[in-house]
Design a protein around this ligand. Structure first.
Ligand code: 5GP
Length: 191
């Protein structure tokens, strides 16, 4: 998606060889027009797959997932981080290491919000090592739901998450695929 790539070039900040900061338009500041366009693009790519629900993880995936869900006309559920006050039996919980925070958290989804009749589309802002995706996939499996595919805004293709999903037969659609962040420069796949 050229619009997103251009915005990354203009306003993205390379923090290290591993991490790109997109706080200007996606992770802190949110550009609604760009996000809506991303939602339309994901919806167009997955419209024929019979999606019944969009799923993401709080908080940075929510805006894009919402934009996608509204285009597809389906509900959205976002996995929350576990808090002390929850009734364990009512939730699926999975342990997920956080790529950016360097800590491990439990993500939870209420059993009432994901059922065996669901075909879910996973949407997220980034994929790096794929830990967030793996945690959500386990929850989807435990619910007996089906994964229709994964829509990722920014895939860092030099890290293994995207390929891990494809190797498992998951259809992955990434809007911008980054080949490298070396030397403080963003280089996209195919450039
Ligand atoms: P993974 O679980 O695939 O290793 O990492 C995915 C999650 O970590 C994403 O949901 C995103 O929030 C965060 N993340 C991974 N890499 C980056 C990055 O380069 N920049 C930012 N801002 N977030 C990232």
């Amino acid at each position: 998606m050229e619009l997103l790539k251009r915005r990354i070039r203009e306003d993205g900040r390379v923090l290290s060889e591993q991490v790109l900061n997109v706080n200007a338009f996606l992770n802190h500041g949110v550009d609604p027009k760009l996000i809506s366009e991303m939602g339309r693009t994901f919806a167009d790519r997955f419209r024929e797959t019979g999606v019944t629900r969009v799923i993401t993880i709080e908080s940075s995936g929510i805006a894009i997932a919402y934009a996608t869900a509204i285009e597809l006309g389906v509900p959205l559920v976002y996995a929350r981080r576990r808090t002390a006050l929850m009734n364990e039996g009512e939730y699926y919980a999975e342990r997920v290491p956080s790529f950016t925070k360097g800590i491990v958290t439990d993500i939870i989804v209420a059993k009432t919000l994901l059922t065996s009749n669901d075909r879910v589309l996973f949407i997220d802002d980034f994929i790096a090592n794929g830990d967030a995706a793996k945690g959500l996939l386990r929850i989807i499996e435990r619910a007996g739901a089906t994964l229709a595919g994964a829509g990722i805004a920014i895939e860092k293709a030099f890290q293994p998450g995207g390929q891990w999903l494809r190797d498992r037969g998951v259809r992955v659609e990434s809007l911008a695929r980054i080949a490298s962040l070396s030397g403080g420069q963003v280089r996209f796949v195919g450039e």
